[in-house]
Ligand binder design. Structure first.
Ligand code: PLP
Length: 370
């Protein structure tokens, strides 16, 4: 009997690297995992994984969590008291895409700072700390960094700059959390050990469920004290787990087999960006440092017709936000998929623009004529 999945049409899904499904080898590793109860700290696979991750990042302790959002939340809860403020890049995921937990759950006031390519400048940080320390402001206790920076297009903050920002923050009594959802993309792109990007930060979150291909999961890493506190907060927010070794096994497999291949996603992103730019789309190829590409769209761009045309060729994208469409490369998109998808996107893009123009001409007609 032919299976349903064998009949499934090939989909080129450029919405996010989170769409990656576990490989057969990863599922095999999950099914073989030795399990216990993580609440009692006797799941051997979780214990081994957390220790390996802490070593890899050069920190004292690590803890498995369900998601990157939960990781960021429990780290912030551990590092900064209610009623304080935190400094964050204005378009950081924590600031715009985590449903407002800083105010609704953590009792923190954000102090957003505009970055350049997702990077907060040292002077801007110093100014923000000084402003947040004024008598009528919520006292600043935390700096949140993001690397790579999603909304900036997967841009990298290099380790020296992370360390410089962390030093400034620490000198003013702030703790430093790194949202490193895609930190392995940064490490692979610059050919540096991942631990270079985490030194001098107090806590780090990284995701297993993005380019690393796990079905779920993220890890928080930090000092033994910070992770002990984060473990308590994970319980508070309902994130305690039991036979979590099946997730840890996927994570262990990912760290040994899925990191180096991220370079292919970066090559594919460059290829996509170059081909779209060559087809006259508004794309900054130089800005593509990892696996995210942004293409500008006109304000009246007809996304619904664009996406329904593309769907017919099996290509899926996200609706534009702030005048740009985000396209993300990952393990389930090959170089030949990129060639096909870029041709189709360029063709459909032109069509969507022409349709927009003709709709405008029609709607303008009554005024013009009558
Ligand atoms: C930079 C960044 N941080 C955090 C997250 C949140 O991760 P999750 O979807 O696992 O909650 C994402 C998700 O896309 C992200 O891009």
């Amino acid at each position: 009997m032919t299976s349903v999945s064998a009949n499934r049409r090939r989909i080129i899904d450029l919405r996010s690297d989170t769409v990656t499904r576990p490989t057969a080898e990863m599922i095999e590793a999950m099914s073989r995992a030795e399990l216990g109860d993580d609440f009692f700290r006797d799941d051997p696979t979780v214990l081994a994984f957390e220790e390996e991750v802490a070593d890899l990042l050069g920190m004292e302790a690590a803890m498995l969590v369900i998601s990157g959002t939960m990781g960021n939340l429990v780290c912030a809860l551990s590092l900064s008291p209610r009623g304080s403020s935190f400094i964050v890049e204005a378009s950081a995921h924590i600031q715009i895409n985590e449903s407002g937990w800083p105010s609704s759950i953590a009792g923190l006031t954000p102090k957003p700072v505009e970055g350049v390519a997702g990077r907060i400048g040292a002077d801007a940080l110093q100014r923000a700390i000084a402003e947040a320390k004024l008598r009528l402001s919520a006292p600043p206790r935390l700096l949140c960094l993001e690397n790579t920076h999603n909304a900036a297009g997967g841009r990298i903050t290099e380790p020296g700059h992370v360390a410089a920002l962390a030093d400034i923050a620490h000198a003013s009594g702030l703790k430093v959390h790194l949202d490193g959802a895609r930190i392995f993309n940064a490490a692979v792109a610059l050919g540096r050990p991942v631990g270079d990007f985490t030194q001098r930060t107090d806590t780090v979150t990284f995701c297993l469920s993005k380019g690393l291909g796990c079905p779920l999961g993220a890890v928080v890493v930090g000092s033994a004290g910070a992770i002990q506190e984060a473990r308590r907060w994970r319980q508070v927010v309902g994130g305690g787990m039991r036979q979590a070794g099946i997730i840890a096994a996927a994570g262990r497999f990912a760290l040994s087999s899925m990191v180096e291949r991220l370079a292919m996603d970066h090559d594919n992103a460059k290829l996509l960006a170059t081909r779209l730019r060559d087809a006259s789309l508004e794309v900054d190829v130089e800005a593509v440092e990892t696996n995210i590409v942004f293409a500008g769209v006109p304000s009246d761009f007809d996304y619904d017709s664009f996406q329904s045309e593309l769907r017919a060729s099996g290509i899926v994208t996200m609706p534009p936000k702030a005048g740009r469409i985000r396209l993300v490369t990952h393990r389930e998109v090959s170089a030949s998929d990129i060639v096909f998808a870029s041709d189709m996107i360029a063709k459909t893009f032109d069509l969507a623009k022409r349709q927009t123009r003709s709709a405008q001409a029609h709607s303008a007609a009554p005024n013009a004529v009558y």
